[in-house]
Design a binder for this molecule. Structure first.
Ligand SMILES: *Cc1c(COP(=O)(O)O)cnc(C)c1O
Length: 393
């Protein structure tokens, strides 16, 4: 299970590379370059210095005793990715791919963004590595996330509005892929999650695996043993995949991925692609996908823009079918409760994405034993969401 994907990028029936002929060569080039660089000591050393001195790794593992006391028993730990530079785990991946792009001799990166978080993290990495940066963003999203658009511009990136389709993340991704096809000579496509054609799902997972590796060391030191549960939110699935992966072989560690149930999975306003989707193809991969009766991609909805994606990384689809990871969906309302609880009890305002994982604690904790330890991946901080919270609480 830890050895997936196969040479063609398949996780069982999922993943693969569903791209036009013109992109096959680019994907193959990237795959072989990544395979070489992955084991290159110099690359790894250089990246670890950036992660440490620029991004702020290792991030702490904090025991949330007030939160645990609220539920009456068990121990709860938070992996503090919210303390990273730019406020979320996304910087782990953008620094790594930025360095990779530079190593490949590329001078330009393109990226897609929904809420703007990955766009900001990409623009940041582009500054560090002296790369030109173009970010594709749906016109609707640009209006909703004006502050992040402005931040990207301050960082020197060009933000290109996308007016096709629903004018959101799905359409921005299509445009970014189109740009990559056209400019593959000098351009690297900096994809933001464990999605897309091979090698992105496994490459981004590898770049986010630092979260799980650190957690493993830290929890053994703090609790004396491996955790009973790992829990993380799942949008595209990168923070959760990086968090879970180093523990997949440890049968005693139970894992829960939390999707966004929006207004409820029984409504049409949710982003629960694993819970409610069917296998289908989007953005070069096969995975669980929200689609209507005719196979048209259904729009995703979540209060948190980062979970608002109609599909999910193919490795998650595989882990769902194999039963190794359990997937649950948490509504907007319960995520807001999770936000409120952590803020009041621990003085930490989480982003609305990991607030979904916190929103599942009231269901999980009564089932745990006194000696159980639960580790939640706090993928980002809440500053970006304060306005949304204000409108709803
Ligand atoms: C983007 C984002 C997510 C969702 O992306 P994944 O690839 O599923 O990790 C989750 N949390 C935060 C804070 C984000 O910014």
């Amino acid at each position: 299970m830890r050895n997936l994907p196969d040479a063609k990028g398949h996780f069982g029936p999922y993943g693969g590379r569903y791209v036009p002929e013109t992109l096959v060569k680019a994907c193959e080039e990237l795959t072989s370059a990544y395979r070489t660089i992955k084991n290159d000591k110099k690359f790894r050393k250089e990246l670890s210095i950036y992660l440490e001195t620029y991004a702020g790794r290792p991030t702490p593992l904090y025991e949330a005793k007030n939160l645990a006391a609220h539920f009456g028993h068990g121990r709860i730990f938070l992996k503090r990715e919210d303390l990273l530079h730019t406020g979320a785990h996304k910087i782990n991946n953008t620094l790594a791919q930025g360095l990779l792009a530079k190593r490949l001799g590329k001078t330009r990166i393109v990226a897609e963004t929904g809420a703007g978080q990955h766009g900001v993290a990409s623009a940041t990495a582009a500054c560090v590595f002296g790369l030109k940066c173009v970010v594709y963003m749906g016109a609707v999203d640009m209006e909703r996330q004006a502050l992040n658009v402005y931040k990207m511009k301050l960082l020197g990136a060009e933000v290109r509005p996308v007016h096709s389709g629903s004018k959101t993340l799905k359409d921005a991704t299509n445009e970014a892929i189109r740009d990559w096809v056209t400019n593959v000579e000098d351009t690297h496509y900096l994809l933001g999650s464990v999605v897309g054609p091979h090698p992105y799902p496994s490459m981004v997972r590898d770049f986010q695996e630092v979260i799980g590796r650190e957690t493993r060391r830290q929890i053994v030191k703090a609790a004396g043993h491996l955790p009973s549960y790992l829990m993380a939110c799942v949008g595209g699935g990168s923070n959760s995949m990086g968090f879970f992966h180093p523990f997949l072989r440890d049968r005693s560690v139970r894992m829960i991925g939390i999707e966004a149930a929006g207004e409820g999975v029984e409504t049409s306003h949710h982003a629960a692609s694993i819970t409610k989707g069917r296998p289908g193809i989007l953005h070069g991969m096969k995975s669980y996908l929200l689609q209507d009766k005719n196979g048209q991609v259904q729009l995703a909805h979540s209060i948190s823009a980062g979970l608002d994606y109609p599909s999910v990384g193919p490795e998650h689809s595989y882990l769902k079918d194999s039963g190794r990871v359990a997937y649950q969906a948490v509504t907007d309302a319960d995520a807001l409760k999770g936000f409120d609880l952590l803020t009041k009890l621990e003085g930490i305002m989480p982003a609305l994405e990991p607030a979904h994982a916190l929103g599942y604690l009231p269901k999980l904790m009564p089932k745990t034993r006194r000696s159980d330890t639960v580790v939640v991946c706090l993928s980002g901080r809440g500053d970006k969401d304060i306005h949304t919270v204000q409108q709803h609480l």
